[in-house]
Design a protein around this ligand. Structure first.
Ligand SMILES: NC(=O)c1ccc[n+]([C@@H]2O[C@H](COP(=O)([O-])OP(=O)(O)OC[C@H]3O[C@@H](n4cnc5c(N)ncnc54)[C@H](OP(=O)(O)O)[C@@H]3O)[C@@H](O)[C@H]2O)c1
Length: 478
């Protein structure tokens, strides 16, 4: 079997990126942006191996073809690439540095998650277009957890009118109170998810899974754990593995009820799942939370790799995608209002998927020193945009945590030295309060609570599916 096209490059010049939900919306934008920014910023001898995930082989094929078409276009039209490579620039030299393969996973099906993890850790990744031979990957440098669903059924028009009148366009379009969660909330069929495992022990039924919770948080939570052999490192000299989680600008304290953790009845499931993502990610490294999160990062699968990956948190701003179910007329009206909000000064209305990919692709490609100097793991990074369309990663307020896990109030905000759209007060929820010591303590407590609930759920599903701890590392089959 032929060696992969990047085999000649040194290990540190190979960059392996996994991207979930890559066939549509922001995910496709992230794939395109990573290609462009990788080519523009990394050494001319380095290679990008991009592994988008989709839910079917045909979607994988289409995604690969679409990303390759983008690569071709960029390689021909980018002035930056020409300037870097000099007068003899050959677009083929850029094309030959980017390789797109794909795997399939359904994040609402734990068996599919265990199976794709085994494929990535022990098996081979394939290219459904047949250009690249099946190949084993040695590690994942960055896993970008973008896939997600909304779980809404439509708009509450009365509420919309009221919010527009009382709060104005920008606030209403950033923190909408008028999206209606589908009723009844969709739950996954445990028996179907367990498959043949359910026959072996009928008493061994794990807790039911709500669809939005599973697609947006829990599926990725299992996936990151199972991919630890590829994301963890043996030596401090090796670049850290990164996991970038996707949240939303609109995920606040009121959106999560711990008594209804999967949002089966009370809170809106989408916003609730994003609030869990925020809390879980921002607290992962806090000392008191580590007591609960350590088993997650130190499975037998990583006994020889004690350096765990670092979690980062991002959101794309507000982007017009199929995430919210709208007919074509309402979709175009929605896009128009989004542009209007941007022109009125909203930093979060990026509108397009490529622009919405800004924060995530920055977290994926920034060098580790830059991220460490910013304590980037303590921040929720959003894609922000100027009126003219210039995109930059911006710190986002998280209720109870502030912008950086520090006390913030009117006085500290006056000392904010950021400029323009990057100022903390730009894009803030109109009724957001100060971040106090008490709230920070409460947030950390919520972190312990989230981690402990997620861990219990993961262990229950692992047991029910007969996935012994470290199964992926040992190559056991489901
Ligand atoms: N659009 C926004 O304004 C906005 C704002 C804040 C956050 N976000 C976040 O951005 C991310 C991408 O959303 P989007 O707006 O780009 O929506 P989208 O166009 O609907 O894309 C969602 C992607 O997730 C995939 N997906 C859904 N359920 C899945 C599952 N069970 N298993 C595997 N993949 C699954 C979809 O695959 P299929 O095509 O097979 O369904 C699709 O590729 C989401 O996490 C969303 O919460 C979006």
């Amino acid at each position: 079997m032929a060696s992969p096209p990047w085999a000649g490059a040194a290990s540190h010049e190979q960059y392996f990126v996994l991207l979930t939900g890559a066939n549509s919306g922001v995910g496709l934008g992230i794939g395109q942006r990573i290609i462009d920014e990788f080519l523009a910023s990394r050494p001319l001898s380095s290679h990008l191996i991009l592994i988008p995930t989709t839910r079917s082989a045909s979607k994988s094929r289409d995604t690969i073809l679409s990303l390759r078409a983008h690569l071709k276009k960029t390689s021909k039209s980018s002035k930056q690439l020409r300037a870097r490579a000099g007068p003899d620039y050959d677009p083929q030299s850029a094309i030959s540095r980017v390789h797109v393969l794909s795997v399939q996973v359904d994040l609402c099906d734990p068996r599919s998650i265990y199976s794709v993890a085994k494929q990535l850790v022990h098996g081979k990744v394939s290219d459904p277009t047949g250009v690249i031979d099946d190949v084993r990957i040695p590690r994942i440098d960055v896993a970008l957890f973008n896939a997600g669903i909304g779980g809404w059924s439509g708009l509450d028009w009365l509420c919309l009118a009221k919010q527009f009148v009382t709060e104005g366009i920008v606030q209403s379009c950033t923190f909408p109170a008028f999206k209606m969660a589908a009723v009844p909330r969709s739950e996954l069929d445990t028996k179907k998810l367990l498959g043949s495992s359910s026959k072996s022990d009928p008493k061994n039924q794990p807790p039911k899974l709500a669809e939005v919770f599973c697609a947006n948080v829990f599926g990725h939570y299992i996936l990151a754990h199972e991919l630890l052999p590829l994301l963890s490192r043996s030596e401090p000299s090796e670049p850290l593995g990164r996991v970038v989680w996707t949240s939303s600008v609109d995920a606040t304290h009121e959106h999560l009820n711990f008594e209804d953790f999967q949002a089966r009845s009370d809170k809106p499931p989408y916003e609730s799942s994003k609030r869990i993502t925020d809390i879980m990610c921002l607290t992962a490294d806090l000392p008191s939370v580590q007591k609960v999160s350590t088993p997650y990062f130190s499975s037998p699968a990583t006994a020889d790799k004690p350096i765990k990956p670092r979690f980062y948190l991002s959101h794309p701003g507000v982007v017009c995608t199929p995430l919210f179910p709208l007919n074509w007329f309402l979709f175009y009206a929605y896009c128009l209002v989004m542009y209007l909000a941007r022109w009125l000064g909203s930093p979060w209305h990026v509108v397009g998927s490529y622009a919405g990919a800004g924060a995530t692709s920055w977290l994926a490609l920034a060098d580790q020193e830059t991220l460490d100097s910013l304590h980037a793991e303590r921040v929720k990074w959003g894609s922000a945009v100027t009126r003219m369309g210039h995109v930059a990663p911006k710190k986002t307020e998280v209720s109870g945590w502030g912008w950086e896990g520090k006390v913030e109030n009117r006085e500290t905000l006056k000392r904010d030295d950021a400029q323009g759209i990057l100022r903390k007060e730009r894009g803030r929820k109109w009724n957001a309060g100060d971040t106090t010591e008490d709230l920070l303590v409460e947030f950390e407590e919520e972190g312990r609570n989230c981690w402990s609930r997620l861990e219990k759920l993961r262990e229950a599903w692992e047991t029910a599916l007969g996935e012994p701890e470290g199964a992926v590392a040992n190559g056991h089959s489901a």
